[in-house]
Design a protein around this ligand. Structure first.
Ligand SMILES: Cc1cc2nc3c(=O)[nH]c(=O)nc-3n(C[C@H](O)[C@H](O)[C@H](O)COP(=O)(O)OP(=O)(O)OC[C@H]3O[C@@H](n4cnc5c(N)ncnc54)[C@H](O)[C@@H]3O)c2cc1C
Length: 459
């Protein structure tokens, strides 16, 4: 017998969580299934809305970056530098985006709704909702990133704050080079004095588990050579603080007890403490994922992980059920409506090989240039066409077929599986996931209710 729900969300990333919560709040019965962990745990934990927009310059102006044979047909704009920004607010550039961008399709209010949902889900663990302006957050690469919401742990590090800053790296944690980050920030013209220092600290930790090992040690204030780790760190950093009013560390300062780690270090150093988000495995990303998954339970969403959707059954233009592989058995999950939130090329929501690009569960139409040479540009940092690959939806977030008609009457899409945005260059990934998630979840719930009412009326 099929497993049943009103709305079935496939995918457990930010987009899937947003869709599921919004649908559940509309009063329908929601099930979310996810094959694997999402990209949240690789991500910085910053919630980017829109930081940069592509210029609307003619291709020819930048033809020197395009090899001769491709010049005439390539949609390439630049080498790397001419995206416009950082934008003061994530909303101001939306009307300059291409027509097939999710924000152009949905409008700025969808992003506002998505961010409002996020604020509600994470409570006071995140900041930024007091203003529409982007915050400027230093990154571990030494850049300053415009972002819409940031973890409380990053708050004292904002680049709009003019207080002198000290950055501290650990010699054994090579992922974070405090001197380089400080130099890059200074070169970028930040309005404060910034210094970087590397200290010898916890050198005895095994090299292959460093980040998680640091997190655990700070959480439990473990003893290293008999001294509690927070005190030990404060003692080695104290001589460098000087006139710094805020001290930044790589984002490894605990997990469950992160706030008390910062308070403890701050009291000992006489400065505000902040974390700089790091690459994978990202502790801010893991913290966020935990928080979001906790809210699913509270919102009444049934969650099932470790199960891939592998196909579907349909009746005319309607998806009847999604076929799920449960330990080798194919089990149909019936639903009135389905939200596809399976991620992009990284999350496996899209497949690509020499033959083409596909959405693997429903076979939804994914527009892409026929000539594979047109998928990429030579410059790794250039405007890569493949970054915009994905399903193209209508304004209710239903994926469209090659003729511009909805693939199915009851299928909606959200997140990176939706094309049209170069989220990495625009700094818009989480914003796109939240905006599309909110609209897809809401419409999936509304459509589900209509179907329930129709069945009730006819019986
Ligand atoms: C390295 C990295 C850094 C990032 N940094 C930032 C940042 O600084 N700021 C920012 O705003 N965003 C950032 N992001 C982007 C952000 O984390 C998300 O990738 C983005 O919002 C897309 O989320 P999503 O929910 O669409 O997809 P994903 O997070 O990819 O989730 C897809 C989900 O679908 C599941 N799935 C896929 N196929 C199936 C299937 N067949 N059956 C069942 N489940 C399936 C996956 O297992 C997963 O749970 C970063 C991403 C990465 C990878």
């Amino acid at each position: 017998m099929a497993i049943e729900s009103d709305v079935l969300v496939v995918g457990g990333g930010l987009a899937g969580v947003a869709s599921a919560v919004v649908a559940a709040r509309e009063g329908v019965d929601v099930r979310l299934l996810a094959h694997k962990k999402s990209t949240l745990r690789q991500a910085s934990g910053l919630i980017d809305g829109l930081g940069y927009v592509p210029p609307r310059t003619p291709l020819e102006k930048h033809a020197d970056y395009v090899s001769q044979q491709r010049r005439d047909f390539r949609e390439v704009r630049d080498k790397r530098g001419d995206y416009l920004g950082p934008l003061q607010t994530p909303y101001e550039g939306i009307d300059t985006l291409p027509d097939d961008h999710p924000y152009s399709i949905l409008g700025a209010d969808a992003l506002r709704d998505g961010l409002a949902l996020f604020d509600d889900l994470v409570g006071d663990t995140y900041l930024g909702s007091h203003t529409e302006r982007n915050a400027l957050v230093p990154t571990f690469g030494g850049t300053v990133k415009p972002t819409a919401r940031y973890p409380r742990a990053a708050a004292a590090g904002l680049a709009s704050d003019e207080r002198p800053m000290l950055l501290v790296g650990f010699r054994s944690l090579t992922e974070f080079d405090a001197g380089m980050v400080a130099d890059q920030l200074a070169a970028a013209g930040v309005p404060f004095d910034v210094r970087g220092v590397e200290v010898s600290f916890a050198e005895s930790f095994p090299t292959d588990t460093k980040i998680t090992r640091f997190v655990k040690a700070f959480d439990h204030d473990e003893r290293i050579k008999g001294i509690p780790v927070r005190r030990a760190l404060a003692e080695v950093v104290k001589p460098y603080v000087d006139d710094a009013k805020r001290v930044g560390f790589p984002a490894v300062l605990g997990d469950d007890n992160a706030a008390s780690v910062r308070t403890d270090l701050g009291d000992r150093l006489g400065a505000d403490i902040f974390e700089i988000p790091m690459g994978p495995p990202s502790i801010p990303g893991l913290r966020l994922e935990d928080r979001l998954f906790e809210t699913l339970d509270a919102e009444g969403v049934r969650l099932e992980t470790g199960v891939p959707a592998v196909g579907y059954e349909k009746d005319g233009d309607t998806v009847e059920s999604v076929i799920v592989d449960r330990m080798g058995s194919e089990v149909p999950y019936a639903a009135d409506t389905v939200v596809l939130a399976t991620g992009g090329l990284v999350g496996k929501g899209l497949d690509s090989d020499r033959e083409g690009v596909r959405e693997p569960i429903f076979g939804c139409h994914v527009p892409y240039p026929e000539d594979r040479y047109d998928w990429f540009v030579d410059d790794a940092f250039g405007d890569q066409p493949y970054a915009r690959f994905g399903v193209h939806p209508d304004a209710s977030m239903r994926p469209l077929d090659a003729d511009g008609e909805p693939e199915f009457a009851n299928l909606f899409a959200a997140g990176s599986v939706v094309g049209g945005a170069d989220v990495a260059r625009e700094k818009s990934a989480s914003g796109v996931s939240l905006a599309t998630g909110v609209v897809a979840g809401r419409n999936a719930a509304i459509e589900s209710r209509k179907r329930i009412e129709r069945v009730e009326a006819s019986s």
